[in-house]
Design a protein around this ligand. Structure first.
Ligand code: NI
Length: 139
C-alpha cells in the first residue's frame, strides 16, 4: 500500500522557482514534486538533529539578509546582544543589497538553536546556516 500523499499549494518567488526548476532538470529529476520532496528531506536531515543534541558546542552561524529592509539589521543586532554570553565574535560582510553576518558561538546547543531559530524566523533573512563541532572537553 502506498504512503498517503497530500497536495499543497506554495507561494514561491518566480526567480527562486526558475532556479529550482533549472537545477532539478540538470540533476535528472522526473518532476518538480520529486525535487521538492527531496529538498524537504535534505532540510529535515540538516536541522532535525539539532533538536536532539544536548551539551556544549562551538560553531559558526552565517546569516544572509536583505540590508534594505528597514529595522532588520537592528533586530539581528538585538538578538546578538541578548545572547552576548554565547557569542564570541561576529563579522559583517557587505554584499551589495545583501549582508552576511558570520557569528561565532560557544555554549549550550539549546541556546545556539534558539538563536538560529530566531534568526531564521525573521522576514528578510534569506539564509541561515549553522555548523557546529564539539568543544575541546568533549573531543
Ligand atoms: Ni552590510
Amino acid at each position: 500500500m502506498g504512503k498517503k500523499v497530500t497536495r499543497i499549494g506554495v507561494s514561491i518567488p518566480e526567480n527562486l522557482l526558475k532556479r529550482f526548476d533549472e537545477l532539478i532538470s540538470k540533476r535528472g529529476y522526473s518532476s518538480r514534486s520529486e525535487g521538492i520532496r527531496d529538498a524537504i528531506r535534505t532540510y529535515l536531515l540538516e536541522y532535525e538533529w539539532i533538536d536532539q543534541e544536548i551539551g556544549e558546542r562551538v560553531g559558526v552561524i552565517t546569516v544572509t539578509y536583505d540590508h534594505s529592509l528597514r529595522g532588520l539589521t537592528d533586530i539581528i543586532l538585538d538578538i546578538q546582544h541578548t545572547h552576548s554570553n554565547l557569542i564570541s565574535a561576529t563579522m559583517h560582510v557587505h554584499l551589495g543589497k545583501t549582508c552576511m553576518e558570520v557569528i561565532l558561538v560557544k555554549g549550550a546547543v539549546e541556546k545556539i538553536r534558539n538563536v538560529v531559530d530566531r534568526l531564521m524566523a525573521l522576514r528578510g533573512v534569506k539564509h541561515v546556516k549553522l555548523i557546529t563541532t564539539l568543544t575541546e572537553e568533549d573531543i
